[in-house]
Design a protein around this ligand. Structure first.
Ligand code: ATP
Ligand code: MG
Length: 256
């Protein structure tokens, strides 16, 4: 299997702080990959560089074999990359439906203005169909006309994932999709991911490792901006260095 996205020596410095330090990441097409690491270890910064929000200080990002290191974020979306944010990022003043349609119009290739949409009914149908499908997939059809401010945090999270899905990505990056959710909402998000994961390559940052250990095929652990371990999730979680950096002390048994 070939790499869908990979990085070479990817580095981000904020003044004297090296937040991401020479990361060599390889994610194969179709893979479900997990990324974990202590708070402040550089996970979100890595996603911000992959998605184009942060310009790397050093290194290279390849997506579908092309060097995208300096490509604008919206161009990466057009190429098939979508992401969600650690803190849910949707427009509170719009309805769920408006949030979906707006994002889908904005990011569909060659479909970046309402004017284009107005003159292209066929594209309009395609966009509306994929928005309706996404709404249904995330279970928000009934809520579609509500202002997003009236949705629960879990529903907003689902909407954000729905927006990403409506773009029909080839690569989906989820930054802590379970953060701040109740146990019930966590199982809803996990069910959704399980249902749709076959359609794309997925990279998921998550602290709640026990929740995703059965979902992910590989696990990468980052500490102090560097990859310290990667591979089979069960084996990675049993590595003394991982246990030490994550749980603060070495343990004799591996019970994850
Ligand atoms: N825009 C920024 N400007 C300056 N420093 C930043 C910026 N973004 C992140 N950092 C710093 O870079 C380091 C890595 O932060 P990052 O958010 O990537 O960590 P993380 O692994 O996602 O942590 P968490 O698990 O808490 O979300 C931290 O020390 C953070 O304070
Ligand atoms: Mg983070």
């Amino acid at each position: 299997m070939s790499d869908l996205i990979s990085t070479k020596g990817l580095t981000k410095r904020f003044g004297g702080l090296v937040a991401v330090d020479g990361v060599e990441l390889r994610i194969q097409e179709g893979q479900v990959a997990g990324v974990m690491g202590p708070n402040g270890s550089g996970k979100t910064t890595l996603f911000n560089m992959l998605s184009g929000l942060f310009r790397p200080s050093d290194g290279q990002i390849l997506f579908q074999g092309k060097d995208i290191t300096h490509l604008a974020p919206h161009k990466r979306v057009e190429m098939g990359m979508a992401r969600t944010f650690q803190l849910v990022s949707v427009f509170d003043s719009l309805t769920a439906w408006e949030n979906l349609v707006l994002s889908t119009i904005r990011f569909r290739k060659g479909q970046q203005t309402f004017r284009n949409l107005y003159f292209a009914p066929a594209q309009k149908r395609t966009i509306l169909t994929s928005c309706l499908e996404a709404l249904e997939m995330v279970g928000l059809t009934e809520q579609s006309e509500k202002p997003t401010s009236e949705l629960s945090y879990g529903e907003k999270r689902m909407l954000e994932i729905g927006i990403a899905l409506s773009l029909k990505p080839r690569l989906l990056l989820l930054d802590e999709p379970l953060a701040g959710l109740s146990d019930h909402e966590i199982s809803e998000v996990l069910d959704l991911i399980d249902r749709v994961k076959k359609n794309f390559t997925l990279v998921i940052i998550e602290h709640k490792i026990s929740k995703i250990v059965d979902l992910v095929e590989t696990l990468t652990v980052i500490n102090l901006g560097r990859i310290i371990c990667e591979g089979d999730p069960e084996q990675v979680l049993c590595e003394p260095s991982v246990r030490e950096c994550y749980w603060g002390k070495e343990t004799d048994t591996c019970s994850m």
